[in-house]
Each structure stands twice: as structure tokens, then as C-alpha cells.
Design a protein around this ligand. Sequence first.
Ligand SMILES: Nc1nc2c(ncn2[C@@H]2O[C@H](COP(=O)(O)OP(=O)(O)O)[C@@H](O)[C@H]2O)c(=O)[nH]1
Ligand SMILES: Nc1ncnc2c1ncn2[C@@H]1O[C@H](COP(=O)(O)OP(=O)(O)O)[C@@H](O)[C@H]1O
Length: 200
Amino acid sequence: MTTGLPTQISPTVIPGSKAGRLIVLTGPSGVGKGTLMQLLLQRHPQLYLSISVTTRSPRPGEIHGKHYYFVSREEFRQMVDRGELLEWAEFAGNCYGTPRQPVAEKIGEGKTAILEIELEGARQIRASFPEVLRIFILPPSMEELEQRLRSRGQDSEEAIARRLRRAQAEINAAGEFDYKVINDNREAALQEIEAILFSS
Ligand SMILES: Nc1nc2c(ncn2[C@@H]2O[C@H](COP(=O)(O)OP(=O)(O)O)[C@@H](O)[C@H]2O)c(=O)[nH]1
Ligand SMILES: Nc1ncnc2c1ncn2[C@@H]1O[C@H](COP(=O)(O)OP(=O)(O)O)[C@@H](O)[C@H]1O
């Protein structure tokens, strides 16, 4: 597993107490991260959810520039080489990375920026930005996780298998995070996330 070189968020971007907050949300594929983030942003449009760059192909309904920036491996490599990514990692055969500039701008404006990223990226962010608040989303069970991945109906059997193989390692790392939220009931999980964001 190759991972990106962590790059500092420019210190000029985070001026003292006016700075915004950086939140990382991690959890195994299929646990419900995207679902919960969509609901959270509907309720709290002032939050900024980072749009990642990926070499993965778009799923049906996914829009370039909205869900992801879909790029070739060569374009992705060039972004890494130019230091344009705050973090990046390979996951299930594709590359994923966080564009640094938009996050730096939002935090510089005093806003809360949320990165929905996998475990290796979360570790890189923690190394370069110790103030980050990190939330891990857990499934009620591995059986439920597999059920959700299958019911989503957007991944090949091979992709599902790769994601499930990685899921246990990610779940084993949940203790590294500041908060753990079990996504059993969507509304309950959302209220836990809201409590973490708005009362911590
Ligand atoms: N490190 C890193 N991981 C990302 C980024 N964007 C998405 N991911 C993670 O990559 C994994 C795969 O994402 P995706 O292909 O959308 O599949 P899904 O999680 O099954 O919906 C998930 O764990 C995402 O959280 C990113 O910019 N950086
Ligand atoms: N609390 C929940 N209970 C049952 N199904 C859920 C729940 N949260 C999400 N799902 C479903 O699980 C599937 C995976 O959710 P998704 O948000 O795509 O996960 P992730 O972004 O973590 O990969 C989707 O079909 C979604 O509707």
C-alpha cells in the first residue's frame, strides 16, 4: 500500500483562533459514510465536505466535480508531484487524494472542513495536523456491512471482496480515532455526529 507524502496545511492559512476546524471521517466501505454526510450537509450547509480526486471510474449517478474529481493515473501522479494533495492513498486498486487548496481556504475562512477518507489518509492527516478531530464510523456487524455493500449494488464482486478484506483491518484501527459512531440507525448516528461536531 503506497501512501501520499503528508503536506502541512500552510500555517498562514490557520491564523490563531479565527481558524476553522478540520474533521476526518473514516470507516469501512459500505458503512454509510456517504449517506450520513449527505444528510449532515442537508441540515448544516455551512459545513464543507472536501471533494476528493480519484482514479476510480465514476459510478452511475456520480458527477465529476460534485462527488469526485475523476482523473487518470497520470493526472493524479502529476498532482502528487506538484504537492497539490494534502494526503493521498491507494485503496482497493485506485488512488484517492484530498486537494489541499480548497481545504486550506475554507479553514482560513473559519469554516469546518470535513474529509471523508480511508484509514491511511486519516493517519497522514493526523501526522501533519494534530488538531484534527477524527471520527470512525462502525457497522453494527460485518454481516450488515456486507449486506449494505451488496444492496448498494454499485460494486463488482471483485470490488466487494477487496473492500471486505480491507474492512476488518480498518475496523481494528478504530481505537486510533477520537470518536467511534456505530451506524445502525441513520438518525441516531447522525445525531451522534452532530453532538460531536457542535458540542466538542
Ligand atoms: N485517503 C483518501 N481516501 C479517500 C479519499 N476520498 C475517498 N476516500 C476513501 O476511499 C475509499 C473508497 O471510496 P469509494 O471508492 O467512494 O468507495 P465507498 O467508500 O465504497 O463508497 C473510502 O474509504 C473513502 O472514504 C481521499 O481523498 N483520500
Ligand atoms: N444505517 C443504515 N442502515 C441501513 N443501510 C444503510 C445505513 N446507512 C447507509 N446504508 C446503506 O448502505 C449502503 C452503503 O452506504 P454508503 O453511504 O454508500 O457507504 P460508504 O459511503 O461508507 O461506502 C447504501 O445503500 C446506503 O443506503
